[in-house]
Write a protein that binds this ligand. Structure first.
Ligand code: MG
Ligand code: ZN
Length: 221
């Protein structure tokens, strides 16, 4: 019974996600669903990304959060269009929420939308929102067992950002082992090491992103 209910919920979400995707495709906007645990550095990554790309790419952010608009306020400060979604305790974003949020953006004036999902390594990976691709951010302070403990999010994501790598010497994080686990779950997955706070690796990340934005603009995707 419960399995059937879950199937129906996911099915309805899939339909809305497909229609969102069509809307974004029509506008040639590359949409990234940015996932990761609380404190992994998703919002910090967005801040640095906006600073790096703001003269090259027309970028907007859809901010998912349980109750607050703290992250949206940080984005707004940088001058990027941002729409807040409060899930009121809900642990992931769904396609209907993103559909409503997108309604508040001027799609004709955008090349890239990054959706910051609710901080959670589990169900955000199950609910498509109409994105082109998903990305997962983990901080090495979370431990190197995260890929094997939360396989779906790594299987679903096109890229994994390993954040706070400058703290490696202070953490029991086996970099080689973690990368092996990721490669086993998702062969060929892109892995980018960053230390967002100091902007290490942010260039490589922005190059990854711009390649995709340009492909989508050219209709190549
Ligand atoms: Mg955040
Ligand atoms: Zn959830």
């Amino acid at each position: 019974m419960e399995v059937q209910v879950m199937k129906n919920i996911l099915g309805a979400n899939e339909e809305t996600a497909e229609s969102n995707k069509k809307m974004f495709d029509y506008a040639h906007i590359y949409v990234l669903n940015l996932m990761g645990s609380p404190g992994a550095g998703k919002t910090c990554l967005l801040e640095k990304t906006i600073r790096h790309l703001k003269d090259r790419v027309r970028l907007a952010v859809i901010e998912g959060d349980l109750f607050t608009d703290k992250d949206a306020a940080r984005i707004e400060k940088l001058g990027a269009p941002v729409v807040q979604i409060n899930t009121v305790g809900g642990c992931h974003l769904d396609a209907a929420m993103v559909e409503k949020a997108a309604d508040k953006l001027n799609l004709e004036e955008l090349d890239l939308i990054i959706v910051e999902n609710v901080g959670n390594l589990v169900c955000p990976a199950e609910f498509a929102v109409g994105e082109d691709e998903k990305a997962v951010v983990i901080s090495i302070t979370e431990g190197d067992d995260k890929p094997s403990k939360y396989p779906l999010i790594f299987k679903e994501s096109a890229v994994c950002l390993l954040n706070k790598v400058d703290l490696l010497e202070h953490c029991d994080f086996n970099m080689e082992g973690a990368k092996k686990d990721i490669a086993a779950l998702h062969p060929g997955m892109d892995i980018i090491e960053i230390y967002c706070k100091k902007e290490h690796g942010v260039d490589a990340w922005c190059d990854w992103l711009v390649k995709r934005v340009e492909a989508k603009k050219g209709g190549a995707k």
